[in-house]
Design a protein around this ligand. Structure first.
Ligand code: GSH
Length: 207
């Protein structure tokens, strides 16, 4: 699905150079339609009827970060995953967990309480809480990346683009679309990484 976490997987596939087939899925389509996330065949792959799903031979993965890490391992030359030393791997794990649990969480809370949850489960006041939590996460990110970190020149781990850069750019793009307060430097980071040829190719797939 175009505007979703699926873009992460698509972008990583383009970065990796691996062959893939993109299958469009509609989240809110009629369950009788074969491209609906509620269709029985799709639910057999993805129990929650969510996106993305990656199918490779007998392997089925339904968590976007597991999908990114798998793509990174299938294409080591892409250096989407750090391979220098254990500490770099540990920083990768730490930053991935932080992005999902702290930076993305308020965005998804906001999405759930605006359109994804059944109307009777939505709490409008959550939107203010989400903005508060997002601002807190952004100031922690500043510290995690360090005072010297340049959003114009540096990468979040090591000396090349990797999965954590992709996740940061995608998450800030999400925040910008949802009209959260995003500091200018992270808008620049989003712009810089979204100009990568692989991101542009991935965008063309969903347009
Ligand atoms: N933790 C999962 C979350 C997947 C997810 O919630 N995807 C959203 C689209 S970005 C979805 O399918 N939502 C439909 C729903 O919640 O029913 C991941 O990272 O892949």
């Amino acid at each position: 699905m175009a505007q979703s976490r699926s873009f992460r997987a698509l972008w990583a596939l383009e970065e990796s150079g691996l062959d893939y087939e993109y299958v469009a899925i509609k989240l809110f389509g009629d369950p009788a339609d074969s491209d609906s996330a509620q269709n029985v065949e799709y639910l057999a792959l993805n129990l929650q009827g969510k996106v993305p799903t990656l199918v490779h031979q007998d392997l089925v993965l339904t968590e976007s970060v597991a999908i990114l890490n798998y793509i990174g391992r299938q294409a080591p030359d892409s250096e989407l995953l750090p391979r220098i030393d254990t500490a770099s791997y540990a920083h990768h794990d730490e930053l991935v967990c932080f992005i999902l649990a702290e930076l993305e969480q308020p965005l998804w809370s906001s999405g759930k309480h605006r359109f994804a949850l059944p109307p009777e489960q939505r709490i409008p006041q959550m939107l203010e809480t989400a903005k508060f939590e997002f601002a807190k996460a952004v100031s922690t990110l500043d510290k995690l990346l360090g005072d010297d970190f340049s959003t114009i020149d540096d990468f979040s781990i090591g000396k090349n683009f990797s999965i954590t850069d992709l996740l940061l750019a995608h998450t800030f793009n999400w925040a910008i679309r949802f009209e959260f307060d995003v500091p200018e430097k992270y808008v620049e980071l989003r712009d810089r990484h979204y100009q990568r040829p692989a991101a542009v190719r991935a965008m063309a797939v969903i347009e």
